[in-house]
Structures are given as C-alpha cells and as structure tokens.
Design a protein around this ligand. Sequence first.
Ligand SMILES: C[S@@+](CC[C@H](N)C(=O)[O-])C[C@H]1O[C@@H](n2cnc3c(N)ncnc32)[C@H](O)[C@@H]1O
Length: 193
Amino acid sequence: MNENIQFLHAFLKNPLKVGAIAPSSPELAQKMVEDIYPRRDSIVLELGVGTGAITKFIQERIETDDSYLGLELDKNMVRNLRLNFPDLKIIRGNACEVHSLHAKTGLGKVGFIISCLPFVSIPNEIGEKILLEIDKFMEQGCVFRTFQYAHGFYFPSAIKLREHMREKYGKSKKSQIVMKNVPPAYTLTWQTK
Ligand SMILES: C[S@@+](CC[C@H](N)C(=O)[O-])C[C@H]1O[C@@H](n2cnc3c(N)ncnc32)[C@H](O)[C@@H]1O
C-alpha cells in the first residue's frame, strides 16, 4: 500500500494516537537526523516509527544495523515496517514501557532519541509516563529530538513537554520552521547537561 494511503488509513482509524494526517516530509526527516551519528554502542531509538518516513533517513546514518531500534504501537504499521526495513529491529510496543523494552533487546546504550510521538493528542497521563521513560535514557547522557507542528506550538501539551525538558535539560535547540511539511513544523533538541 502507498505510504500516504497507509498513513491516512491509520489516522482515520485512530486520529489521536497517530496525531498527523500525513507522514513527515523528506525535508522534516532530514532536519530530524541532522548531526546524529548512531553507533553500535550509542544507538538511535526512534519512537513512533509510523510508515518509516524518517527511518529511511536514519538508516543512511547508522554505522551498523544494530545501531537502531524502532518502536511503534500500531500493529499494521509494524508489519509493513518489517517488510520495508528487514534489516532493522522494529518492535511493537508502547513508549510508556520503552526503557525495559530496549533493555530486553540487548542492543547498545541509547545515544539518540528521535521522537515522532504525538504528545499534543495523546492523553496527559500517557504523555507524562513517556517523559519519565525518556528521562531514564537522558540520565545516561542522550540527545532527544522531536518535532512540533507550528499550529500546535502553543497548545498546553506542547508547552508542557517543552517545560519538562527545559527544567531538566536546559534550553532547547530549535530549528528554523520547516515549511515543506504538512503541517509546517519545528524540530527541538535537548541534550543532557
Ligand atoms: C505523527 S506519527 C509519526 C510517524 C512517522 N515517524 C513520521 O514522522 O511520519 C506518530 C506515530 O506514533 C505512534 N504512536 C502513538 N502513540 C504511541 C505510543 N504510546 N508508543 C509507540 N508509538 C506510538 C503512532 O501509531 C504513529 O505511527
């Protein structure tokens, strides 16, 4: 199935969990992977892989296939991802449990988190649990990058994420707006101090 149709299908089935009407554009994907160099002992963890719009760009930057771990909740997406990225480890699961899910894989330490999770539309208590999981990786010295849509930048849940991260990890590095994305978005990056 075409990537856009598959995405739209998933969105119509569960709009709040998917959180976007279209996959990230190549321009946004490029920004999301800028300056990251995952290695076997400092892997990249992609949260909310979707149809793999960003995964393609991550794959070009990883040292070895075992420098990557993808996590996705939707079982149909996971099935397709495994067909499209047979060499990468992509697991089905909830980001609320990502720290122990990663531990079970036996892969190396997480050095980079690329999060595409729709914090704006997922319930508050789930978002809070996920942030606590992310903290566990950050405590071990990790880079966290996410994107936020321009129209939702001042939604309370978007602000909440930024405040949580700023309190713990300082000011974010915010990209220029990526206009070539539906909808336009910024990337935000934090690193353990
Ligand atoms: C906005 S889409 C991003 C998809 C893709 N990475 C992209 O940039 O085009 C968000 C993805 O996060 C997944 N997701 C939502 N909540 C999740 C959770 N708690 N754990 C893991 N994945 C989740 C959704 O199923 C969806 O595929």
